[in-house]
Design a protein around this ligand. Structure first.
Ligand code: MRU
Length: 347
């Protein structure tokens, strides 16, 4: 795997093959999945993670769901598969791309006659390729907003590893770097899963982009002292009013950015925009096990009696977003009206 071909997943010989992101950067281990239960576990346990990537994995999971239902019920297969469909849809709650992909595959399945596997696989592949194309388009649109010699900051990993390839936020940074406009990227380490330390710094350094890792707690200080012009992040869900759910810590970065004259760019494909969710208050925020905070590498370091609260996403209100970059266009200071107009024009 070289930097041109970083991808978290592919389909090969009847199997979904996932790069085990829990092991990166130390080990590049590929795991093979051939059933729905395996894909659900891989999503929940973050073998594959990042909103678009779990959507694509879910779409391939729907191929397994259709196959199993056809094997047991023949032409009646769609009566059989709801448990699998629901298990995939709910594997993780916050990133709408997962439910979006499952719904899309379910609507596609409704029109099929005969054995569904080949057609379902074709549709999953189409969705996979469309995500890659969207990332390249967003990369160009977002890069055009960045001035020469820019210092930017990113959070979590919204890169090739979180998508079909290229990335959303990191796609913008890659393209801006290729255009000679990026002097330096600060990547927050992103406690507790360390997506910034383990994944973003790995991706960017492989791509030759000058990246420096910082602790989450140092972000405001770095903005104040190092002249950050843009904070560039991905999203797990953009509500109808423009509020943005993304990795925990994004909200704090957006507040700090506003206080220090840095702008906030959210880069997210159409599949991340959820008009059915009125505002950020309606977004379910995933909470994961306290052990992710009390332990490091299996070793407990917090006192035994202490419990932990571990919400893994937060909501940045739309008024703190300076630019929303999608493959169907860019909105400055998005709001309910401009978002609705953008989507209506594209549909
Ligand atoms: O918990 P994760 O690693 O799945 O969270 C990922 C993020 O928050 C990303 O910023 C988001 O999914 C956008 S990825 C293009």
């Amino acid at each position: 795997m070289n930097h041109e071909t970083i991808t978290p997943l592919y389909w090969q010989d009847e199997a979904l093959v996932l790069l085990d992101q829990r092991r990166l950067p130390g080990e590049e281990r590929w795991l093979h999945y051939t059933d729905v239960a395996g894909v659900v576990t891989a999503i929940r346990e973050m073998v594959v993670r990042g909103a678009p990537a779990i959507g694509i994995a879910g779409a391939y999971g729907m191929v397994f769901a259709a196959e199993a239902a056809w094997r047991s019920a023949g032409a009646d297969w769609r009566r059989q598969w709801q448990a699998d469909v629901q298990a995939l849809r709910h594997a993780r709650p916050t990133a709408v791309n997962l439910a979006w992909a499952i719904d899309l595959m379910e609507r596609f399945a409704a029109g099929l006659t005969g054995a569904p596997q080949a057609a379902m696989l074709g549709e999953a592949r189409r969705l996979h390729e469309a995500d890659l194309a969207a990332n390249h388009r967003m990369g160009q649109l977002g890069a055009a907003l960045i001035d020469a010699n820019a210092t930017v900051m990113t959070h979590c990993n919204a890169g090739a590893l979180a998508t079909a390839g290229h990335g959303t936020a990191l796609g913008v940074i890659r393209d801006a770097h290729a255009a000679g406009r990026i002097a330096r990227v600060f990547a927050t380490e992103t406690r507790p899963w360390l997506q910034g330390a383990r994944l973003t710094s790995w991706e960017l350094s492989r791509s030759g982009v000058p990246v420096q890792l910082i602790t989450d707690g140092s972000a405001a200080h770095v903005m104040r002292t190092r002249g950050v012009s843009w904070v560039i992040v991905g999203a797990d869900r953009v509500a109808a009013n423009g509020d943005v759910a993304n990795k925990i810590g994004t909200y704090g970065l957006a507040i700090a950015a506003r206080a220090h004259g840095a702008r906030v760019m959210v880069v997210a494909p159409r599949s991340t925009i959820d008009l059915a969710t009125a505002s950020g208050d309606d977004i379910e925020i995933e909470e994961r096990a306290g052990e992710e905070i009390t332990h490091i590498g299996g070793q407990r370091y917090a006192p035994a009696a202490v419990t932990a609260f571990n919400p893994v996403f937060d909501v940045t209100p739309a008024h703190l977003v300076d630019a929303l970059v999608t493959e169907i266009g860019v909105l400055e200071r998005p709001n309910r009206e401009t978002l609705a107009r953008l989507l209506a024009a594209a549909d």
